[in-house]
Design a protein around this ligand. Structure first.
Ligand code: SF4
Length: 344
């Protein structure tokens, strides 16, 4: 969103933000900045986020101006400036919440910041660090294909310049599932990219999408995703169960009966198979409300915490929780086949 607002005195008190961020970078935790707009791939059949929007890499000077504006708004808030009414509400709210949380983290939007040329990205990271000395973490989404294409030397340069954590949409480690949803990447590329990111020193979050292969590909989706994750050994595995959204190709397949979603118990069985085969030493997180299974008391089954469950120590705990969820009548769980979910 271009939070545009030039005041009468010609001063610019707005900076641009994009539509989404990972939950772990949400709330009051991170300042949002938008070096690129939309998605350079934009063809995954389950994803409605940037449909119809053109990908664009913004000019470095424009992004630097946004950083300068954030600094200006920050100082205005700290000095209780009488000019604060000139700052667009959204920009004010973002900066204000960021100040309250200690000005520690920045999330770079939109879907694949790493596609920027390395010197440009490094310049932005350096500018951020120069302006905000309190920063502890700068994070971004990245596509595996782009990560694999960058040299290790370039990735290390970006890491050294201050980008600390990458959020990658793995979705599946099964080539048939990846091909079915037109993810534009293979399991092998995911492994190459993930390993390279870790070697370059990034903290790595891999997003997995339970039920992405529907009923028919469930078993291979679970087993091959575990295999790929074991090879990468990311810091975080984050579960994002599939919600079939309107305005996507997958929704059309679902509606026509060509794609069959699993039931809540079948989804849990799929996750169970994945977890049983998982031998990572990172954390497994269920930090999204679509992980809506219930325990025997009909409360939330999994902890929504961004730090999740530490593996391998808490692997058995997760398996015990899954077994508990499987013992609960299906009607208590969120059902992905409900129309309500399909139109989220
Ligand atoms: S790469 Fe990510 S943002 Fe782009 S279409 Fe696929 S899921 Fe959506």
């Amino acid at each position: 969103m271009k939070n545009s607002n030039n005041s009468e005195d010609g001063e610019n008190y707005s900076f641009e933000t994009g539509p989404i961020r990972p939950p772990s970078e949400g709330g009051v935790h991170s300042l949002l900045l938008r070096p690129t707009r939309n998605c350079p791939w934009n063809r995954c059949t389950f994803c409605p986020v940037y449909k119809g929007e053109k990908f664009h890499i913004r000019e470095v000077d424009e992004i630097k101006k946004d950083i300068e504006t954030v600094r200006k708004i920050k100082n205005m808030i700290k000095n209780n400036s009488t000019e604060l009414d000139k700052v667009p509400r959204k920009c004010y709210a973002l900066v204000s919440a960021w100040i309250q949380s200690g000005e520690r983290t920045v999330f770079l939007q939109d879907s694949n910041t790493l596609i920027m040329r390395t010197p440009q990205l490094v310049e932005i990271l350096e500018c951020l660090k120069e302006n905000f000395s309190s920063l502890e973490r700068i994070t971004s989404y990245a596509r595996s294909k782009t990560l694999a294409r960058k040299s290790l030397k370039e990735l290390k340069k970006i890491r050294e310049a201050g980008l600390t954590r990458l959020h990658v949409g793995l979705e599946s480690g099964d080539d048939e599932v990846l091909n079915f949803v037109n993810k534009g990447v293979t399991a092998e590329k995911h492994i190459e990219a993930g390993k390279k990111a870790i070697k370059a020193g990034f903290e790595l979050s891999e997003y997995v999408m339970p039920d992405l292969g529907g009923k028919s590909l469930s078993e291979q989706h679970a087993q091959n995703t575990a295999k790929v994750l074991n090879q990468i050994n990311p810091d975080y595995v984050r579960m994002r169960p599939l919600a079939v959204m309107k305005n996507t190709e997958l929704y059309e397949k679902y509606k026509s009966g060509d794609f069959e979603l699993s039931s809540p118990h079948e989804r849990l069985q799929e996750i169970k198979l994945m977890i049983e085969n998982l031998s990572i030493s990172g954390k497994v997180c269920f930090d999204h409300r679509l992980n809506g299974w219930k325990n025997k008391n009909h409360n939330r089954l999994f902890d929504l915490d961004y730090e999740g469950y530490q593996f391998p120590q808490e692997k058995q705990l997760v398996l015990d929780l899954i077994n508990e969820g499987l013992g609960v009548d299906e009607s208590y769980h969120i059902d992905p086949r409900d129309k309500a979910i399909s139109s989220l």
